[in-house]
Design a protein around this ligand. Structure first.
Ligand code: F6P
Length: 367
C-alpha cells in the first residue's frame, strides 16, 4: 500500500487547500494512505503530530478556503543535511514513500535535493541505528511530485500556477474600488502589485483594469525621457475626458536606466509635472488572500488528482515530475528542468538581459 505525504511550502497561495484536498481524496480513492505534513518542511523535520494521517472528511470544506489550512513555512533546518536526515527518519518511521509538494520554485528544488540524497540518508540512519534493516530495505526509493503554488506565475514549463488568477482577481477588485475615489476626486493613483521578479500580475492587471501605464521588471520603459513620454500619454488621456489616472507598478519594476522604480517616484512625477492630486496604494498581502476563484479550485483539483497518478506511475528511474498546465492540458514535466529554466530566466532578468530572458521563456514553446 502506497503511503503519500502532502505538504504546502513557501508563500501561501489560494488553491493550495484545494490541492491538498484533491491529493487526500484521490489518494484514498486509489487505495493509498495519505498524510498531511503541517507547517511545510518544518513539519517533516519536527515530526510528531505535525504529520497526520488524513481521512476523507478531514478535508471537507477545503475548496473555498484561501491560504493553506495545513500551514506553510520558509524552513531553514530543511536546507541543511541534519534537518533532512531527521525528515527522512520521520517519513520512514511512518512508512511514507512519496511526497507531493505544493509550492514555488524554491520549495520544489528543496524536494528534489531531498530525493537526490536518497538512499544515502537511509544508509546514514541505519548506520546510526535510527532505523531498522527492514525499514532500510523497504524504503529504497522516494517519489517526489511537484505542484506549483504561487501567486507570481513565475514558474517555467507551465502556463499558470495555482493562486495566480485569484490574486489577479483580487487586484482587479481593489483597483475597481480605488477607481471610485479616483473618478470622484479626479485623482491619480499609483498602485504597486506583487510578483517578485515577474511582471505577470502587473501586466495582466493593467490590461484587465484599463490602466494608463504599467512598469514591469522584464520590460523597462524604452524612451530616453520616459518621464515626459509617460506624462504626455497621461495628459492625452485626460484631454479625452478621463477623470482618473491609473499607473500600475510591479514590485520589481525597473526604470530606463535599469534602476528599481518605486511608486513614490511616479507619484512625485505626476504631482510635480502634471499637477495631479496623486495617491499611492501598495496592495500587499490583500492580493494573496481570500477565497480562491473557480479557476484555481479547478486547476488545483485536476492537478492534485494527477499528482496521485504520477506517484502511482513513478519508477525509480523517472525524474521527479512537476504537474503543469499547457494549452489547457495537464502536463508532466521533469521538475528539475522546469526549476533550472526558471532560474535561468531569473538570472537573465537579474543581468538585465531581457532578450535572453524572452528567448529562454519562449524556448519551451518551440516544439
Ligand atoms: O512569491 C509570492 C510573494 O507574494 C511575492 O509576490 C512577494 O514578493 C513575496 O511573496 C512576499 O513574501 P512575504 O509574504 O514573505 O513577505
Amino acid at each position: 500500500k502506497r503511503k503519500i505525504a502532502v505538504l504546502t511550502s513557501g508563500g501561501d497561495s489560494a488553491g493550495m487547500n484545494a490541492a491538498v484536498r484533491a491529493v487526500v481524496r484521490a489518494g484514498i480513492a486509489r487505495g493509498c494512505d495519505v498524510f498531511a505534513v503541517y507547517e511545510g518542511y518544518q513539519g517533516l523535520v519536527d515530526g510528531g503530530n505535525l504529520i497526520k494521517k488524513m481521512s476523507w472528511n478531514d478535508v471537507r470544506g477545503f475548496l473555498e478556503v484561501g491560504g493553506t489550512s495545513i500551514g506553510t513555512a520558509r524552513c531553514m533546518p530543511f536546507k541543511q543535511r541534519p534537518g533532512r536526515l531527521q525528515a527522512a527518519e520521520h517519513l520512514v518511521s511512518r512508512g511514507i514513500d512519496s511526497i507531493v509538494v505544493c509550492g514555488g520554485d524554491g520549495s520544489l528544488t528543496g524536494a528534489d535535493v531531498f530525493r537526490s540524497e536518497w538512499p544515502g540518508l537511509l544508509d546514514e540512519l541505519l548506520a546510526n541505528k535510527r532505523i531498522t534493516e527492514e525499514q532500510h530495505k523497504s524504503h529504497r526509493y522516494l517519489t517526489i511530485v511537484g505542484l506549483v503554488g504561487s501567486i507570481d506565475n513565475d514558474m517555467s514549463s507551465t502556463d499558470i500556477t495555482i493562486g495566480a488568477y485569484t490574486s489577479l482577481a483580487r487586484i482587479c477588485e481593489s483597483v475597481d474600488s480605488i477607481a471610485s475615489t479616483a473618478i470622484s476626486h479626479s485623482r491619480a493613483f499609483v498602485v504597486e502589485v506583487m510578483g517578485r521578479h515577474c511582471g505577470w500580475l502587473a501586466l495582466m492587471a493593467a490590461i484587465s483594469t484599463g490602466a494608463d501605464f504599467v512598469f514591469l521588471p522584464e520590460k523597462p520603459p524604452s524612451d530616453d525621457d520616459w518621464q515626459t513620454a509617460m506624462c504626455d500619454r497621461l495628459t492625452r488621456r485626460r484631454a479625452l475626458g478621463k477623470r482618473n489616472t491609473l499607473v500600475i507598478v510591479a514590485e520589481g519594476a525597473l526604470d530606463k536606466n535599469l534602476n528599481p522604480i518605486k511608486p513614490e517616484q511616479i507619484k512625485d512625477i505626476l504631482s510635480d509635472r502634471m499637477g495631479l492630486d496623486t495617491r499611492v496604494t501598495t496592495l500587499g498581502h490583500v492580493q494573496r488572500g481570500g477565497s480562491p476563484v473557480a479557476y484555481d479550485r479547478y486547476l488545483a483539483t485536476v492537478q492534485g488528482v494527477e499528482a496521485v497518478e504520477a506517484v502511482l506511475r513513478a519508477t525509480p528511474e523517472t525524474p521527479s515530475p512537476m504537474i503543469g498546465m499547457s494549452q489547457n492540458k495537464v502536463t508532466w514535466r521533469p521538475l528539475m528542468k522546469a526549476v533550472e529554466l526558471t532560474h535561468a530566466v531569473a538570472t537573465a532578468i537579474g543581468n538585465k538581459d531581457f532578450e535572453k530572458a524572452t528567448e529562454l521563456r519562449d524556448s519551451e514553446f518551440k516544439l
